[in-house]
Write a protein that binds this ligand. Structure first.
Ligand code: PGA
Length: 897
């Protein structure tokens, strides 16, 4: 009989836990092991019994630790929780092995669509014009160092071999290997000792391509070709994008030089992989022309190769590949600035672009197919050709991103210096648009090399020039989009074209042309509500109509975290949904296609939760085969660090997009339901803003009752935690905001306001129950909230409130949080028809419950250490202890910020 999910997990965790325990015994001795084990048992007992006696015992054990012991204990539980995550991933990997039998694969999607009367040919047609793009960002919510990730991967590999071992002696040998790996892991520092720089972030991002995408994505296409009944010319609709080295919003360290470096590093990864593959093919394809025919094209290619090795004169494939290798090797220094990895014997012309390389490899493939049949239709050569189609010479399309406020200042300075407008920023929106449209209609530039610009303007101009250079060097796909953070108006977008024009990336004319397109990011509740109007105005401008006629498409980015921080979980979720639907109709009205770009993170308060469910909950008509989604922080490693999991994640994403694109059942929400949602969203936002923005002293409460200040010192990202120097919630970035509330287990961004909304909106309970039963959006919204509540703990949050010195303030704010928690819990249980959280999802309940005894002691210690530090004890061990507990709690909750 197959084990249940929690049982499988339990036995794997137990196994790894035992290995870790043995390692601690050997390395640190029995006494240390016993101390850790005693606390573990006390915590487990406390969770099982929940008695005061058990609580007292646990507190006593924790309280008796010296500072040194505290640090070691925090390290041990953090290690254990990281290992638990490895075990969980292993279960996931096993489940994924059901392959196409799963519903969340392309094959599964085709089956379920077929049952609804959608034929594979229709799916094929959708994919013809599709774009599915996870975009890797460096958003700082990953607390694990790369070395820790590497050790976890190594442990995972051994665990996997253990699964496949056939004999006891194999198992014993693997266990020995595992012990060795865990021993290294136990002695690996969990914390970063210095702040991560953008160069490290670039390195990390590229490492996912090297570990997973470069090899797995081409294979996936091969598989999908078979799933779609032998289609072998599927376009490369699934591509991986990147923001790392292009996202300058609030990060002064992302400079022109960094952008150059990102592309050069990306290119190095792609070209190295191509070189290795061509080399391997050259070793493999020993076919002799004395024994086989070749096409004339292949013959010509072989002759062109200048390969004078006497050993290969009768081996045309090898000669052709030697020539290809030499050309690639000549391309390598041009794009990476480095010598190629292996010297070549022949000199050759570099490739002008990936198309040339692809065409030559295609000649090789065509000859093999013609002379040797379909055995060559799959395998390393078609995979390599597919890889070049996907990754080109640039590896991943890099987006640029900057804040609209910066553009406004820069454009104002350019206009002023050029004598066009004295005070652009004082103009109203209509005047701004008129002026910008005029500037975009003629070729005269605003900037001059002789002006002394402010540092900001000089930096922005330099970055733009570099973008043009990067496109020239690495091809047009190296950069395509320019995301405008905090877009509120049409002029925010036009300003970007003014800047692009300065470097030749926008050319006025009839029609005007752009090589990079400005794309709005709507990220406050107000801006999301106005987004359809803003876009209607923008898209109806004659200039923009002409500009967009060729691509036939407009991308719009919507921000989950900032809208949540602005207006609460429920309100943001609903406004994002509504805005998407309205935007689809505005864009369609202009005969364009909409491509939504979802800016979401791993935590529910930042748009996290199952991406598959999220896709199915999107409003009808908003996907149509095209979507981009950010992949951030800890999510990147969780999904893509392991090739097998990466493949599953990409399959799931694709299946979700395909299913959502054909869904017919989720027509427009009936008017009364939509009204009910509006009322709920209004009330949720009212309750949330009353607490967060209108409660005097709330900011002080937040800074005292969460580890926000300590998180800022974690060294996990290159950018500052705040956009502004002041201590305001508006200026604070959403990641540390959500991160802090997760650590203190109040999890406020994932639920606050829901209870008040249900109580005050006037929507009858019967209607909410009906919505929950029948509408994927509402069900998913509540399921995510339920998971957050299950990970939260009000008693622990209350202990963090104890850190607030102003007791009246603490009681006032925490009292409101407590009351809202109660209302939210009651409302959720009533709507979902449960008497306790996750009653209907016992597997998830068990998975979360099993982690709590390991997370809670870390919270207890974190509070004590923070108290100690704030009283003036800034010893290195105190800081280390705090950071280790943060690291462990983040690992335990499995989504950070
Ligand atoms: P941002 O991202 O701060 O870069 O806008 C927010 C988030 O991803 O949570």
């Amino acid at each position: 009989m197959t084990q249940s999910l929690p049982d499988q997990l339990r036995s794997t965790v137990r196994f790894l836990g035992r290995v870790l325990g043995d390692v601690i015994r050997v390395q640190d001795g029995e006494a240390v092991f016993n101390q850790i084990e005693d606390i573990r048992q006390a915590s487990v007992a406390f969770h099982r019994e929940g008695t005061e006696e058990a609580a007292r015992l646990m507190a006593e054990r924790l309280g008796s630790l010296s500072l040194e012991e505290t640090v070691r204990f925090a390290h041990s539980f953090a290690c254990f929780l990281q290992i638990t995550n490895v075990a969980e991933d292993q279960i996931q990997r096993r489940r994924g092995r059901a392959g196409d039998a799963r519903f969340d694969t392309l094959a599964g999607a085709l089956r379920s669509l077929k049952a609804d009367g959608v034929e594979p040919a229709e799916v094929r047609a959708l994919l013809e014009n599709a774009l599915i793009a996870p975009v890797i960002t460096a958003h700082p919510s990953e607390v694990r160092r790369k070395s820790v990730l590497d050790r976890q991967s190594a442990i995972a590999r051994h665990l996997d071999s253990f699964d496949h071992a056939r004999t006891d002696s194999d198992r014993a040998a693997i266990e020995k290997e595992l012990v060795r790996e865990v021993s290294i892991f136990w002695r690996t520092r969990l914390l970063r000792s210095v702040k991560i720089a953008v160069a490290d972030e670039i390195e990390n991002a590229v490492s996912y391509f090297e570990r997973s995408f470069l090899a797995e994505l081409p294979k996936l296409y091969g598989h999908w070709g078979e799933v779609l009944e032998g289609t072998d010319d599927l376009p490369s609709f699934l591509r991986i994008g990147s923001w790392v080295g292009g996202d300058r919003d609030g990060n002064p360290f992302v400079t022109a030089e960094v952008m150059r470096r990102a592309l050069s590093r990306q290119s190095r990864a792609a070209l190295r992989m191509y070189l290795n593959q061509v080399h391997a093919l050259g070793a493999e394809l020993s076919i002799s022309q004395g024994l086989a025919e070749v096409t004339p094209e292949l013959k010509a290619l072989a002759e062109k190769a200048n390969d004078d090795s006497p050993h290969r004169t009768d081996e045309p494939y090898r000669r052709a590949l030697t020539g290809i290798y030499a050309r690639l090797a000549a391309t390598y220094p041009r794009l990476t600035g480095e010598a190629p990895p292996r010297p070549t014997s022949t000199s050759a012309e570099p490739y002008a672009g990936p198309e040339e390389l692809k065409a030559e490899l295609q000649v090789v493939l065509d000859s093999l197919l013609r002379e040797h049949g379909p055995a060559f239709a799959q395998g390393p050569l078609p995979d390599l050709i597919r890889a070049i189609d996907i990754f080109g010479f640039h590896l991943a399309t890099l987006d640029m991103r900057q804040n609209s406020a910066v553009h406004a200042r820069v454009v104002a300075e350019l206009l002023k210096t050029a004598g066009v407008a004295g005070d652009y920023e004082s103009l109203d929106e209509g005047q701004r648009c008129e002026l910008l449209t005029r500037e975009l209609s003629h070729g005269r530039l605003l900037s001059t090399p002789f002006a002394a610009y402010t540092e900001e303007t000089a930096r922005e101009l330099e970055t733009l020039k570099t973008a043009a250079e990067v496109k020239r060097n690495y091809g047009p796909d190296a950069i395509r989009a320019y995301i405008v953070s905090n877009t509120t108006s049409v002029s925010d977008l036009l300003e970007v074209y003014i800047l692009l024009k300065e470097v030749g990336l926008f050319t006025p004319g009839d029609p005007p042309r752009a090589e990079i397109f400005a794309e709005p990011l709507f990220e406050t509740i107000g801006d999301l509500r106005d987004a359809p109007k803003t876009m209607a105005r923008y898209l109806s401008m004659p200039l923009i109509r002409k500009l967009l006629a060729a691509p036939g498409l407009q991308e719009v980015m919507i921000g989950y975290s900032d809208s949540n921080k602005d207006g609460s979980y429920l309100t943001s979720t609903w406004e994002l949904h509504k805005a998407s639907r309205a935007l689809a109709s505005v864009v369609r009205g202009e005969n364009l296609r909409l491509q939504l770009f979802h800016g979401r993170g791993g935590a529910v308060g930042r748009g996290g939760g199952s991406s598959f469910e999220a896709l199915l909950a999107q409003p009808q008509g908003t996907i149509g085969g095209r979507i981009r989604v950010t992949e951030q922080g800890e999510v990147v490693a969780n999904k893509y660090a392991d090739p097998e999991l990466a493949r599953q994640s990409l399959e799931t994403l694709t299946a979700g997009v395909v299913l959502a694109s054909f869904r017919k059942d989720a027509g427009d929400l009936a008017a009364p339901h939509s009204k009910a949602m509006d009322a709920l969203a209004r009330e949720a936002m009212g309750a949330y803003r009353a607490l967060v923005y209108d409660t005097p002293g709330f900011v002080d409460y937040f800074f005292a009752a969460t580890p926000i200040s300590e998180i800022a010192d974690l060294n996990i990202g290159s950018r500052p935690t705040s956009r502004q120097a002041s201590r305001s919630i508006q200026g604070l970035r959403a990641i540390p905001w959500v991160f802090s509330w997760s650590q203190s287990r109040a999890m406020l961004p994932g639920w606050f306001g829901f209870g008040s909304a249900v109580n005050a909106s006037g929507a009858p309970m019967s209607q909410l129950k009906e919505l929950y039963e029948s509408w994927p959006f509402f069900r998913t919204t509540l399921a995510n909230m339920e998971m957050v509540l299950a990970k939260g703990d009000l008693a622990i949050a209350g202990r963090y409130a104890g850190l607030v010195e102003d007791r009246a303030l603490a009681e006032h704010v925490f009292g409101q949080i407590r009351a809202e928690w109660g209302r939210t819990l009651d409302a959720l249980l009533e709507i979902t028809g449960q008497s306790s959280l996750l009653e209907k999802n016992p597997d998830l309940a068990e998975i979360i419950r099993s982690r709590l005894p390991y997370i809670d002691p870390l919270n207890h210690l974190q509070i004590e250490l923070i108290r100690r530090r704030r009283r003036g004890d800034d010893a290195a061990a105190v800081r280390e202890g705090i950071h280790l507990t943060i690291n462990g709690v983040a690992a335990g909750l499995r989504n950070t910020g």
